[in-house]
Each structure stands twice: as structure tokens, then as C-alpha cells.
Write a protein that binds this ligand. Structure first.
Ligand SMILES: [Zn+2]
Length: 223
């Protein structure tokens, strides 16, 4: 029986020969539904979080194909298989099944306020957590674990926190579009809704200013 990897490869490249030695492992180290692939010379190692083990073979093949396209960098921007479509649909819906275990009083209040003001209270609550005090990664939304992470520099900046929260909530709402083999996260639709945030231009400036201030502080402490 061909392995998942062989099946994934042959569906993606029916005319090519698999010239890598390949291994697949399920790891406890990842957050839910995360995965990566690494190349060491002629070896490709696919690592999938353990949650993938219980997911259908077809969807796993789609995930492996997405990783293959990334690492093999063949001229295949427009490659799209049914399995990849299944995988993308899965990733857009997996948040429903993810347990919500992480929250925080400040983040919770911000989420609720922004949800009422801009989403008619309709967005389901994801996991909410503080990140480290990063000035480059101000916030993120991870599809696989349904988690919004906000840089700790916003702890005492209620209105800027709401602004960054709003951005991450839009990621949860719109997810991503697949275009030419790439995931588009900030679609025109996303940008249009983002621009509706009250005093948006000022918020954008103030956010940049806060990040800069923290960068300076960091520099002074360390040099
Ligand atoms: Zn974004």
C-alpha cells in the first residue's frame, strides 16, 4: 500500500518520480492542527501535530500536498487538488471543534466590546491569550487552535487593544482565500471592513507609535 506521502505526491505530480527519501511523523510538540516540513539534503521530513492522526486520510493528503508545494518550489503556483480543497475547508471550520480553554479578563472584555460594536455580537469566541511584548508581531489568529494572541504591549492601552483585537477578529471572520496556490489573508473585503474601525487612521498611527516606544525602551534596557 502506498504511504500517504506517496499518494499525495503522485496525485500532485502524476508524471514525476519521487526522488526524495521521505518520512512522516506525528508530534506532540505542535499546537493543534499545526504542521511543517523540513528538508535535509535528500530527506523530506513531514511533521504533523498529533491531532491529525484522527483526521481522514483525504484531508491529511491535502495538507501534505500544501506542504510539498511549499518545499519543492516547482513551477506549480496553480496546482490545486480535491484533497487540498478538502484540507482548506477543514482548516476554515476546525475552530468549531476546538475546546475554548484560554481566556483573560482584559482580552475577554475587549473581544465582547468589539464583537458588539462591529460584528453584531455574532462572532464566536476563540481562545484568547497574551503573547510576549513583541513590537513586530502585534497580534495573530491561528486557525488550527482557534486562538487570538495579542502582544503584551497592549495590556494598558484599552483602545489600541480594541483596534488590534478587531483586526484579529476579522481574520477569524474571513479566514483566507486560496488564490494561485497562495493563501490571501488580507483580502479587499477584509481591508474594507478594517477601515470601518472608528478613528482608524489615528488608531493606526497610535499603534505604530506605541510599538516604537516599546522598541526604544527595549533598546535602552539592553544596551
Ligand atoms: Zn492580519
Amino acid at each position: 500500500m502506498p504511504s500517504l506521502i506517496e499518494e499525495a505526491f503522485h496525485e500532485l505530480y502524476p508524471d514525476k518520480e519521487l526522488k526524495y527519501s521521505i518520512s512522516l511523523k506525528y508530534s506532540r510538540k505542535f499546537s493543534p492542527y499545526n504542521a511543517n516540513v523540513k528538508r535535509y539534503g535528500n530527506n523530506l521530513i513531514f511533521s504533523l501535530s498529533r491531532d491529525w492522526k484522527k483526521i481522514s486520510k483525504e484531508i491529511q493528503i491535502g495538507l501534505i500536498q500544501e506542504l510539498m508545494i511549499k518545499i519543492l518550489k516547482e513551477n506549480d503556483k496553480n496546482k490545486k487538488t480535491i484533497n487540498m480543497e478538502l484540507y482548506n475547508a477543514f482548516l476554515k471550520n476546525v475552530h468549531i471543534a476546538i475546546p475554548k480553554t484560554k481566556t483573560d479578563e482584559i482580552l475577554d472584555a475587549s473581544f465582547n466590546k468589539v464583537n458588539e460594536a462591529y460584528f453584531n455580537g455574532m462572532l464566536d469566541k476563540p481562545n484568547l491569550q497574551w503573547g510576549n511584548d513583541s513590537t513586530s508581531k502585534l497580534g495573530s489568529y491561528e486557525y488550527g487552535s482557534d486562538t487570538i494572541t495579542i502582544s503584551a504591549i497592549f495590556r494598558n492601552e484599552t483602545s489600541l487593544l480594541d483596534y488590534v483585537m478587531h483586526h484579529e477578529m476579522l481574520h477569524k471572520k474571513f479566514k483566507f482565500e486560496s488564490k494561485n496556490g497562495r493563501h490571501v489573508h488580507h483580502s479587499p473585503e477584509f481591508r474594507k471592513m478594517e477601515a470601518k474601525f472608528e478613528n482608524r487612521d489615528m488608531m493606526e498611527k497610535e499603534t505604530a507609535r506605541l510599538a516604537k516606544k516599546h522598541r526604544h525602551g527595549f533598546g535602552l534596557l539592553n544596551f
